[in-house]
Design a protein around this ligand. Structure first.
Ligand SMILES: [Zn+2]
Length: 282
């Protein structure tokens, strides 16, 4: 799934590889997909895309905004989109859910795995898109200060029952952090995902701030995480500590076997010794 590190990496690669290319032909792909989401009909995509030029892409949290100028932006991200450049038709996948053929006979395809989206939006649609959070600071920006982050905790009511997982990925949420990046962030912070957010001590909140910044920085520097793929279909080089294949493997810090549990609509992984599970809640 695309989260901040992958969106940042792919937007950067679009700006190296695709910027300035002109679209000869484009459409919603060759294989309808139940969980591929669009905001226009196939006919509209096919009518709008030809003749447009790729502009400067940007990442807003987990979302990739790729201008197709003039007038539109392709919006991808936060799902299981595989976004790939092809220098010739030889490497085109069999099935794809967005297709751009450039004038120089290179291509961009988006293949949705699980679920994902390939929107084609005008400026008003971009501005009003509920999943593009222009209002939240990127956790790697200067605006994401310790005061800002600690203030999110101060806004919680004392009786608030929500977990630190919910706090980080949903409400208030850290922009671009989903259930993937969250696992290593919490491991570095030594906090169990089920802990109630309000129960974190000040040092724990500070540790979580530092782990969020440091872990995301490492993930971006590595071109994304090792289970996700970039524009060239290469996996990222950030080696995840916690993921499905790490279950029962020793924690790199203390040696205890890594555990897995289902929680809030997604697996959580944790070290039972470094990330102590709260006793008062399950
Ligand atoms: Zn451990």
């Amino acid at each position: 799934m695309i989260e901040l590190p992958e969106a940042t990496t792919i937007a950067r690669q679009i700006n190296t590889e695709l910027i300035g290319k002109q679209i000869a032909d484009g459409n919603r792909g060759n294989s309808p997909h139940k969980f591929a989401f669009y905001n226009r009909s196939p006919e509209e995509y096919a009518a709008i895309l030809p003749g447009k030029t790729i502009g400067e892409a940007s990442a807003v949290g987990p979302m990739i905004l790729m201008p197709v100028e003039p007038g539109y932006t392709v919006v991808l991200g936060e799902g299981g989109e595989r976004i790939n450049h092809h220098s010739s038709a030889a490497t085109l996948p069999k099935k794809y859910q967005l297709f751009l053929h450039f004038n120089d006979d290179s291509y961009l395809t988006v293949t949705v795995q699980g679920w994902g989206a390939a929107f084609l939006m005008d400026p008003l649609e971009v501005a009003n898109h509920p999943y593009i959070h222009f209002d939240k600071p990127s956790p790697l920006s200067e605006a994401f200060t310790p005061d800002y982050f600690l203030g999110l905790f101060e806004a919680l009511k004392p009786e608030e029952k929500s977990s630190v997982k919910f706090f980080m990925i949903s409400k208030p949420g850290v922009l671009g952090v989903g259930n993937g990046c969250l696992q290593d962030i919490l491991w570095y912070a030594k906090i169990h995902p089920r802990r109630r957010a309000v129960s974190l001590s000040l040092p724990e909140r500070q540790a979580l701030y530092t782990a969020t910044r440091d872990t995301l920085q490492k993930m971006v520097a590595g071109g994304g995480r090792d289970g996700d793929y970039d524009l060239y279909d290469h996996p990222g080089s950030y080696r995840r500590i916690l993921h499905s294949k790490a279950v029962d493997e020793p924690c790199p810090d203390c040696g205890a076997p890594i555990q897995k549990a289902a929680y809030l609509g997604g697996a959580i992984y944790f070290c039972p010794r470094c990330q102590v599970e709260p006793k008062d809640q399950k």
